[in-house]
Design a protein around this ligand. Structure first.
Ligand SMILES: Cc1ncc(COP(=O)(O)O)c(C=O)c1O
Length: 365
C-alpha cells in the first residue's frame, strides 16, 4: 500500500528544479550573497501579490512578527492580545519583545474571537494579533473597529494565509502582516524565510533598519536591530514559486471541495467552516473527531499521514507555565484540542489519494 503523504513538496518542486538551480548558480558565480537583487525582485512580486505597498523579507515568520512589534515600539509592560489556538510563534514573538501575550479563545471557525478580545483590553494593551489560521482571514473588519476604538494596532499573522481574501475587504485592515515561508506553507522556501507587508512608509523604513542591525549605512547604527535577512537563494525559489501560487491555491480549493462532498453526510465529524465572504486558501483542512486516538491508529494502518494543529493550546504549553493565564480554561480551544485532525491537502494531491483518505474515515466510522 502506497503512503499518502501529509504534504508532498516534490510534486510542485520537480518542474522548477532546473530553472532554480540555473539561477542559483549565477548568484553563486557572482557572489551575490546578502540582500541581493533576487531578494529585491521577490519583495516586489510579493507586494503585488498581497496588494501591499511594501514588503520587507526576513529570516522567518517569527522574526516577521517580532520586527513588526519592535517597529511599533511594543515592549516592556505592554500587552498584546492573541488567540491561544495558534502556533506558539505568535506568542513567542510578543514575549521576545519583552511584552506579554494575553490569550483569548477562538470561535467556531478556529479564529480569534472578537468578543473575547474586547473583554481583555486594558490600559496596557497595545496591539491585537489576528491570526489568519488554517488559511482564512480572521474577522478583520470587526477587529479593526475594536482596535480603532481603543487606539490599538491591528497586526495580522498571515503565516498560513498567502492569498486568502475577503470579498468585502478592499483595503488592508491591519498596520502590517507577517508571513512565513517555512517550506510547508502555501508559499514555502527551500529553508526558512519570512516577510512583513505594510502600506505604512514609516513602519517600512523602520523594519528595513531593524532587520539589518539597525543600520542603513554600513557600520552606522540608528536602532537596536538584529540580523534577520532572507537568505539569497530563497529569493530565487520564492520568485519562481509565487508565479504558481494562485493556481496552487485553486488546487487546494478543489481538494477541499472533494472532502466536503464526500464527508458531508457523516454527522459525527465536524467539518471546517468558512467565514462569510472569505476566500479560503486551505493551508490546512482541519476536521474534528471524537475518539481521535482510535481513528489515528486506522490512519496509520492505512498509511495515511495526518497532522494535529494544535494538540496543546498556547496557554497550556509548559513554556508559559509562569504566565498568569497558564492552564486557565478556554472553552472552545480546550474542548477542540483533543478532537482536531488535519487531513492531507496539498497542490497536486491526486483525486485517488483524496478518495483513499475519505474511505479510511468512512470505514472507521
Ligand atoms: C500561525 C503561525 N505563526 C507564526 C509562524 C512562524 O513562522 P516561522 O516558522 O517561519 O518562524 C507559523 C509557522 O510556523 C505559524 O503557523
Amino acid at each position: 500500500m502506497k503512503k499518502i503523504p501529509f504534504n508532498d513538496l516534490s510534486r510542485i518542486h520537480r518542474p522548477i528544479h532546473e530553472k532554480v538551480f540555473t539561477k542559483f548558480s549565477s548568484v553563486v558565480e557572482q557572489n551575490r550573497f546578502v540582500l541581493n537583487k533576487e531578494i529585491g525582485e521577490f519583495e516586489s512580486l510579493f507586494s503585488d501579490f498581497t496588494h501591499s505597498k511594501y514588503t520587507i523579507s526576513c529570516s522567518s515568520g517569527t522574526d516577521a512578527l517580532e520586527l513588526i512589534l519592535r517597529a511599533l515600539d511594543i515592549g516592556d509592560n505592554d500587552e498584546v492580545i492573541i488567540p491561544t489556538n495558534s502556533f506558539i510563534a505568535t506568542a513567542l514573538a510578543v514575549t521576545r519583545c519583552g511584552a506579554k501575550p494575553i490569550f483569548v479563545d477562538n470561535d467556531e471557525y478556529y479564529l480569534i474571537n472578537p468578543v473575547e478580545v474586547e473583554k481583555k483590553i486594558t490600559k496596557k494593551t497595545k496591539a491585537i494579533i489576528a491570526v489568519n489560521l488554517y488559511g482564512q482571514l480572521a474577522d478583520l473588519k470587526i477587529l479593526k473597529k475594536i482596535s480603532t476604538q481603543n487606539s490599538l494596532h491591528l497586526i495580522e499573522d498571515s503565516a498560513q494565509s498567502h492569498g486568502a481574501a475577503n470579498e468585502s475587504i478592499t483595503n488592508n485592515q491591519s498596520i502590517a502582516a507577517a508571513y512565513s515561508f517555512y517550506p510547508g506553507k502555501n508559499l514555502g522556501a527551500w529553508g526558512d524565510g519570512g516577510a512583513v507587508t505594510t502600506n505604512n512608509k514609516k513602519l517600512y523604513e523602520k523594519i528595513l533598519l531593524l532587520r539589518n542591525w539597525g543600520s542603513v549605512k554600513k557600520y552606522y547604527h540608528e536602532e537596536l536591530g538584529f540580523n534577520s535577512r532572507l537568505q539569497p537563494l530563497q529569493g530565487v525559489v520564492l520568485s519562481e514559486k509565487i508565479k504558481k501560487l494562485k493556481y496552487w491555491n485553486i488546487l487546494r480549493n478543489d481538494i477541499a471541495e472533494m472532502y466536503f462532498k464526500e464527508l458531508a453526510d457523516i454527522s459525527s465529524l465536524a467539518l471546517p467552516k468558512t467565514k462569510e465572504g472569505n476566500y479560503h486558501v486551505w493551508h490546512l483542512f482541519v476536521i474534528r473527531v471524537q475518539n481521535r486516538e482510535t481513528i489515528l491508529k486506522d490512519f496509520s494502518k492505512h498509511k495515511v499521514e495526518f497532522g494535529i494543529h494544535y494538540p496543546v493550546p498556547i496557554h497550556r504549553q509548559k513554556a508559559y507555565s509562569t504566565h498568569k493565564q497558564f492552564n486557565k480554561n478556554f472553552k472552545l480551544a480546550d474542548s477542540y484540542a483533543d478532537q482536531l485532525l488535519s487531513l492531507p491537502i496539498f497542490p497536486k494531491m491526486e483525486k485517488s489519494e483524496v478518495k483513499r483518505v475519505v474511505s479510511t474515515i468512512k470505514n472507521y466510522i
